[in-house]
Each structure stands twice: as structure tokens, then as C-alpha cells.
Write a protein that binds this ligand. Structure first.
Ligand code: GAP
Length: 589
């Protein structure tokens, strides 16, 4: 079968999501609301499974990570310290004619002839507009259509009949200055802050402004000291959080991929600065080969920790059914890195609309804790007795070298943060002197994933069309959602072979009751058995159990056994009811 076209595939996925109750447009009966999506019964289960698997793997299965559940609205100064108030913006441009808003950097570049106008005059009233305007036409299109649009534009500015003035054609290559839908000129791009603003308390004024969090990460940084003091963790250790984040995206798109309300799963893993590692271990181990570097060791510096988390995250995706081959690692180039980041790897998934980011894993240095220390005035560093002891035993030239390296790093940060030269010099010297006392500010590695993007990747990856032809040559194409059993919304469908045989129904209900406490099971007795299998295939249920006459003893040696059908190959196996629960639990792990 030919590969479906990209948009066709997305359309099929979106339509299946609606039809089967994975994802619905939010507020649909009121016409929907752009950038907001609801998860239906199957989607809610899928999402819950994904979040639970992430949480288990990132916190419960690890001794060095603990969890956090913070509020969505936090003190607004947090967003000043993090840089979101000043810099968390996208460039936006509006169509001068329709006022439709675009993300200026995402407009498809266009070429053609731009017709510029210096203004227009209304011959009836003598009114003049001197506002310049332009329309881009694709190559070969006559100027009349540009004039038509320009007349509409000047009429929208209050002129009646319009005489265009100063028409000037210009050849344009790869321009992002025009509305790709109608060719109209756009406004100059201007920054648009993506945070949703609200007010806390009854007075809606600037003093009470607060923001819906645009990421879950900042709560982790501001609770770092509390967690450190109450969890008995020592650096290196991590704090994980998942929850809602909100961004007023200029152009939400690609279904749930870029939404305005979404969920994140973030880990901030705090590590010792390389200078501290060297003081303690005498060396900083560096990556020697690609791939997973193995169990963490005390001599790891930030590079090995970063590599470790990239590989851990890829393993997580593999474990839930996204093979390594469906992912791409994109190492950001030095010029693309945020100023505080030492390295960032984007894990990309091959979505039907293009290969795009699923998760970012950033080595964020000590920027975040340092910022919160500066803005809140509360110390965010840690004290490490082992460092104090080890430092005292170092040769003076090693102390000098490590101290100088730490000083340079702190000075650079402080200057970037806006400190004056003398202040930066003084503070950085104090910070470097802190090493001898066992004090430092931890660095951080941040694997940050989006739940909704992962759900979309899982939906796209699972979506399979299977065509079968019956004896009469009639072919039928149906959808099978090949989810990994661990994420599949429902784990097993339980059917009596026939609905009108009370003994079969009673036995099937019995089997259903045995299973449903241990996994999400679905009882179905409606329609032909083939239809019931097909419905479960579309929901992505990995196993179906059928109670038939053999279960009741028609073939004595098969009494109290059921048929277990595998979704992916349709193969069937006879399993004793007594062993069924354990059999399925093993299969859906
Ligand atoms: N704390 C770092 C941070 O928030 P990010 O790259 O802006 O980094 C992390 O976001 C992840 O959150 C992304 O890789 C993506 O999966 C998800 N995400 C970001 N913006 C999103 C949006 N508008 N809609 C859905 N998911 C989004």
C-alpha cells in the first residue's frame, strides 16, 4: 500500500482521536478554542499511563530523585529571576488587512513580485492616506489582484473610493514579511510575551499581577533548599515534577503539538560543579564513547551526567514503544544555546508533519539557583563537609587552579546577570573562596519533556492501517493502534462468544471480574466477535479474551480455558482461567 500523504495521515489521526475518544477540541459546542484540547476516555487513560511510567522511572525507581508538586501560580518575582518576564517572547506580526497574527519566524518564506504603494487618495472627499502598503504576488500573477487588495486596505483606513498612489513593483526572494494566505504586508515583527497574566486577589492592578507558570521547572529551583533539607538527599540528586504549563503561543498548531495549555514532565538533576568533583576525586571523568555511560560515579562531571540523562531518556522512550530509530538527537550548535547552557540535546520525533522536538535535555550550569539567590537574596548554595576536608589536602597549585576556574565561571555569570565589574569581581572572589569552606552552588542537568507531545508521538507511532480481503475479493481497511502494552489505554477486552447464551455471559463476567482489579479491562458482548476485535484494535487494546463453549467444557480438556488473542498478529492461545491474570500481567508489562 502506498504511504499516505503527511497531511492525510494527520487528518486520519485527528479524526480517529475524535471518533474513539482520545482527544477532542476543547469547548467544542461553543466552536472550540484555539490551542486547547481535551482528552476523552481513552486519551485520559493513555495520558495517565504515560505520566505514571515517567514518574515511576524518574522518581520511585531511583534513590537519587524525589518528587514535587507545586502550585501553578507562584510569586511573580520568580519569573523575573528566571528571565521569563523580559525574554520569554516570540516575534509576532499581524496582517495589515485581516489582522491575522503570525509567528514572524515561522512564516513560510515566499518569492514573487511585491507591489508597493506610497498611499492612496479618495477623489470624492479629497482625503489622503500616506500609510505605505504592499502586496506580494506569486511569479506571473497580474498586478490587478495586488491593486484589489490595496484598495481594500485603504478603504479599511477610512477612505471611500480609492486612487492608489506610487505603485512600485519589486522582485522579492524568500521573504517573511507577507501574509502567506493573501499576500498582504505584515506589521514589523515585535516581541510578544508568552506568559498568561492574571491578578491575585480582588484588585486587578499592576501590584497584583501574577502569571500561570510557563514551565514546571522554576518551582523546583525555588524549592531546592526545602527539598534538600527535608529529603535527606545530597548532591548529586534530582527533583522531578509534572504538571500543567501555559504558554500563550502566537500560532498554536499541529494538533496538540503546540498548545496553549499543556503538561510537562521535568527533572532538575543537581550536580557538583567540575571544580568540586576534581577537588573530591582528583579528576573529572570525561565521556569516552557514545552511548550510555553506565552507573553514575562520583568522578562524573557535567558532560557525563548530561550524556547519562540523554541516554536514560532514550531508554525510557524505547521502553514505552518509541524505538531509537523513530527519534533523532539534535545537539544544539554553540550559537543556538541559551547563554547559561553548556549543552542542550533535543530529542526529536519523526511526527507526520516533520521531525520535531519531543524533549530537551539541557546542561544549565548554576544559572537558575544563582538567579534565585540574587533576586530573592536567600542563599541557594550547599555546604559539603567532604569538600571542605578534601580541599585542605589539595596541593596549593591545584587549589589555585580550581579556585581560578570557579572564579572565572562565577564572574562571567555575574556580569551577564547585570552586576557591575567591581561587584562581579568581588562576589566571584567570595564564591571561589567558599570552595575551601565546602560551599558551592550546584549545577543542573534538565531533562524536560512534554506529555502532550509524547501522547501525539505515541498516537502517530501506533497508527497502522491494515487492509484485508475476504473470500469474495472485497477488501477492507481498518485501523490498528499498535500501542506498547504498558501505555495502551485498555489492556484487555473480555467477550462471551455469543451474547444470547447466559452460561457464556456469566462465565465472561466472572473472567472480567477476575481481571479488572489488576488492569483496565473492557467487557463487550455487542455484535459479531470480529467487530469486537476490530473495535479493540482501534482502541489499541493489546489482548482480547474470549469465553466460548470449550470454556464451558464442550471439549473436556479445554474446560475453564479461554482464548487469548494478540492484537498485533491476531494469533490466539488457549490459557487456563486460573493462570490468566498472571499471564496477562506479564504480557502487558
Ligand atoms: N524547562 C525547560 C522548558 O520548558 P521547553 O523546550 O520550552 O523547555 C520543554 O519545553 C518541553 O515542553 C518541550 O520539549 C515540549 O515537549 C513541551 N512543550 C513546550 N511548549 C509546548 C507547547 N506549546 N505545547 C505542547 N508542548 C510544549
Amino acid at each position: 500500500m502506498a504511504e499516505p500523504k503527511v497531511n492525510e495521515l494527520m487528518e486520519k489521526i485527528v479524526s480517529l482521536c475524535k471518533r474513539r475518544g482520545f482527544v477532542y477540541p476543547s469547548s467544542e459546542i461553543y466552536g472550540g478554542i484555539n490551542g486547547f484540547w481535551d482528552y476523552g476516555p481513552l486519551g485520559a487513560e493513555l495520558k495517565r499511563n504515560v505520566k505514571e511510567l515517567w514518574w515511576n522511572r524518574m522518581t520511585r525507581m531511583r534513590e537519587d530523585v524525589v518528587g514535587l508538586e507545586a502550585t501553578i501560580i507562584m510569586h511573580p518575582r520568580i519569573w523575573r529571576a528566571s528571565g521569563h518576564v523580559d525574554t520569554f517572547s516570540d516575534p509576532m506580526a499581524d496582517c495589515l488587512l485581516t489582522r491575522k497574527r503570525f509567528r514572524a519566524d515561522q512564516i513560510e518564506p515566499q518569492s514573487g513580485t511585491a507591489y508597493h504603494y506610497t498611499g492612496a487618495m479618495d477623489p470624492a472627499s479629497g482625503k489622503v492616506s500616506e500609510e505605505p502598503y504592499a502586496v506580494l504576488l506569486p511569479p506571473g500573477k497580474p498586478p490587478e489582484s495586488a491593486r484589489k487588495l490595496a484598495i481594500q486596505f485603504y478603504q479599511s483606513r477610512g477612505l471611500g473610493p480609492v486612487e492608489l498612489q506610487g505603485e512600485r513593483p519589486e522582485k522579492v526572494e524568500h521573504s517573511q514579511r507577507f501574509n502567506p494566505d493573501n499576500g498582504s504586508l505584515l506589521t514589523e515583527p515585535r516581541p510578544f510575551n508568552l506568559m498568561f497574566k492574571t491578578y491575585v486577589g480582588p484588585v486587578a492592578d499592576e501590584d497584583n499581577v501574577a502569571y500561570l507558570r510557563p514551565e514546571t521547572a522554576q518551582a523546583i529551583f525555588v524549592q531546592f533548599k526545602n527539598v534538600l533539607e527535608t529529603s535527606r538527599q545530597k548532591v548529586p540528586f534530582g527533583i522531578a515534577q509534572m504538571g500543567k504549563a501555559f504558554r500563550n503561543e502566537v500560532t498554536p498548531r499541529n494538533f496538540t503539538f503546540r498548545s496553549r495549555e499543556f503538561e510537562q514532565m521535568e527533572l532538575e538533576f543537581f550536580i557538583k560543579p567540575d571544580e568540586v568533583v576534581e577537588a573530591l576525586c582528583g579528576r573529572v571523568a570525561k565521556p569516552e564513547a557514545a552511548g550510555h555511560p553506565g552507573e553514575p560515579r562520583p568522578d562524573w562531571g557535567w558532560q557525563l551526567w548530561h550524556q547519562y540523562w540523554v541516554e536514560e531518556r532514550i531508554r525510557f522512550y524505547e521502553s514505552i514503544g518509541l524505538p531509537r530509530t523513530s527519534l533523532e538527537e539534535y545537539w544544539q550548535k554553540p550559537e543556538e544555546l541559551a547563554h547559561y547552557a553548556r549543552a542542550t540535546v533535543d530529542l526529536l520525533y519523526k511526527f507526520p508533519f516533520g521531525t520535531q522536538e519531543l524533549e530537551g535535555i539541557a546542561a544549565r550550569s548554576d544559572f537558575d539557583l544563582s538567579q534565585h539567590e540574587r533576586v530573592s537574596g536567600k542563599a541557594q548554595g550547599v555546604f559539603d563537609e567532604e569538600l571542605r576536608t578534601a580541599w585542605g589536602k589539595l596541593a596549593p597549585e591545584v587549589q589555585q587552579r580550581l579556585s581560578e576556574s570557579y572564579f572565572q565561571h562565577r564572574r562571567k555569570y555575574l556580569l551577564r546577570a547585570g552586576a557591575a565589574e567591581a561587584e562581579a569581581e568581588k562576589e566571584a572572589r567570595e564564591d571561589a573562596a567558599g570552595l575551601a569552606k565546602g560551599q558551592y552552588i550546584p549545577h543542573v542537568i534538565e531533562p524536560s519533556a512534554g506529555v502532550d507531545r509524547l501522547i501525539l508521538a505515541l498516537l502517530a507511532h501506533a497508527f497502522t492501517e491494515v487492509t484485508s480481503t475476504d473470500d469474495k475479493g472485497r477488501s477492507e481497511t481498518r485501523v490498528v493502534m499498535r500501542f506498547h502494552p504498558s501505555v495502551a489505554p485498555m489492556k484487555v477486552g473480555v467477550f462471551p462468544l455469543l451474547k444470547n447464551k447466559p452460561e457464556l455471559v456469566a462465565k465472561a463476567r466472572e473472567v472480567f471480574e477476575v481481571l479488572r482489579g489488576s488492569m483496565l479491562a473492557f467487557y463487550d458482548d455487542a455484535g459479531a466477535i470480529g467487530r469486537r476485535y476490530a473495535r479493540q484494535d482501534e482502541a489499541g487494546t493489546p489482548y482480547c479474551v474470549t469465553v466460548d463453549f470449550d470454556t464451558l467444557g464442550e471439549t473436556p480438556e479445554l474446560k475453564d480455558t479461554v482464548t487469548v488473542r494478540r492484537r498485533d498478529d491476531g494469533s490466539q492461545q488457549r490459557v487456563p482461567i486460573g493462570a490468566l491474570r498472571a499471564h496477562l500481567l506479564e504480557a502487558i508489562r
